[in-house]
Ligand binder design. Structure first.
Ligand code: HEC
Length: 178
């Protein structure tokens, strides 16, 4: 059921980097905290707030919902973007709304960490959760949390760095910073 997303995108395991750049214990612990904050805000988990899903495409999902907000973790407040990825192929918005839990394939999240976390990439913390809040892994077994696939040719950072603010769907964060 869940393999329909991302299967091909996470192949690169930090090409060339010596130290592990993402998916560390600290990254996983931070991702857990973030999940709890999102759950409290009804962005994930049972009783989530729903928007009208819109059509998406690879790598994220055939039906998507995206929420833009802020969150506070350990005293740091940053931009938070939560994307719910639904499937499988051919699913309609009505079917997703009628039974979101069955159709949810993954939750992909960007959270802007404190300055210095990853200055090369605007300090975004990347996570791909499975619907139950556990972390998805790439084929090399690395948990998808932190500076995901930094330095690799594919993956969250490589693909999102194709746009100036790393955010494809909205310019509101850049607009607020100007
Ligand atoms: C091959 C390119 C690609 C890869 C790899 C990728 N994304 Fe995306 N991502 C996109 C595109 C395109 C959108 C806009 C989709 C839409 O909603 O229409 C997007 C949207 C998002 C959004 C909503 C904010 C935005 O940019 O519009 C989040 C959050 C997100 N992706 C997280 C992730 C995470 C986390 C990973 C890695 C686990 C990842 N993405 C990997 C292309 C990619």
């Amino acid at each position: 059921m869940r393999q329909f997303m991302f299967a091909a995108t996470m192949v690169a395991a930090a090409g060339g980097a010596t130290a592990q750049e993402f998916g560390t214990e600290a990254d996983a612990a931070y991702a857990d905290l973030l999940w709890q904050v999102m759950e409290a805000g009804r962005l994930v988990g049972d009783g989530s707030l729903m928007a009208t899903p819109y059509e998406g495409g690879p790598p994220h999902g055939v039906m998507l919902e995206t929420f833009y907000t802020t969150a506070t973790i350990n005293g740091h407040t940053g931009d938070l973007i939560v994307k719910r990825n639904y499937g499988p192929e051919g699913v309609t918005a009505e079917e997703v709304l009628a039974d979101p839990a069955t159709h949810l394939g993954a939750v992909t999240v960007m959270f802007r960490r404190e300055a210095g976390f990853d200055p090369d990439n605007q300090d975004w913390f990347w996570v791909k959760y499975l619907p139950d809040g556990t972390l998805d892994k790439n084929p090399a077994g690395m948990q998808l949390a932190g500076r995901v696939a930094k330095g690799a040719e594919q993956g969250c950072i490589a693909c999102h760095s194709g746009v100036d603010d790393y955010v494809f769907t909205s310019d509101h964060i850049t607009a607020m910073m100007q």
